[in-house]
Design a protein around this ligand. Sequence first.
Ligand code: PLP
Length: 294
Amino acid sequence: MAWRFALMIDPAAAGDPRTDFAATFSPIDPAAPALSVGELSTQRGDGIFESVGVVDGHAQEVRAHLDRLAHSAAICDLPIPNLEQWREAVALAAEHCGPGENVIKLILSRGVEHGPAPTAWVTAAPAADFSGPRRHGVRVVTLDRGYDSGVPARAPWLLLGAKTLSYAVNMAAIREAKRRGADDAVFVTTDGFVLEAPTASLILRVGDTYVTPAPTGGILHGTTQVSAFAWFEEQGLTTAYRQVATSELPRADAAWLVSSVRLAAPISEIDGIPIPVDSALTARLNGYLLSPRD
Ligand code: PLP
């Protein structure tokens, strides 16, 4: 991996009034060891993160990512991040990105076992090439997430609405999808509702309406999905958050996986059933998602 930049952050308290946090940043060699062996992010996946897309040096939707970082921190009982400090760190990382598509990761870990404070860092690296999926689409399979739609309310300690570092299950689902001859997965509940993909939100077109599963605690509220809905509405199109039954998927008039670095990848097949791909609309949507967004 050709890293562009890495920065350790000494996390400031949420109420710290400083307007310049440069003294809390330590740039490091991204290829050199940087974390303690007692780090709880690596030992237990105990931490949260964000992946911010960067296009030609512009970090996209920074405010929405920072708000979600704070939301994840609250769910996980981590100290509330100082968003001005993180905003400055993202701006510094973006300066090192150069032209093209890159990704800045923000990581806030519970810290070192018995240590004094959380550990925080930011990295910048070239983005993976998603031009193929954006143009040609992806085949997905539905995979049982193993719980019903009441679990987020019944068991908040599962942290389902937080973007935690514990992505082993998400990665296992993508491997299972590939074993089944698909490119990606869509998680569904045991009582027959659609959740999200392991690393993306799902948008469907049902008739004239662009629909996404309501983020009622069981899934992440995707920043890209929010941007896409704003764009659909600007085009005079109708959007809706609601429960989506798994049985609706194969009847969708179009569908997309959307996330910050992939942007919009049209779904060409769900569980082996072809789904119409709207190439023209997808190209326009990705044109918008690649334009500078704050
Ligand atoms: N859902 C999950 C589980 C994700 O991991 C992601 C992104 O990585 C998303 C949804 C989409 O979020 P965003 O559009 O903010 O990247």
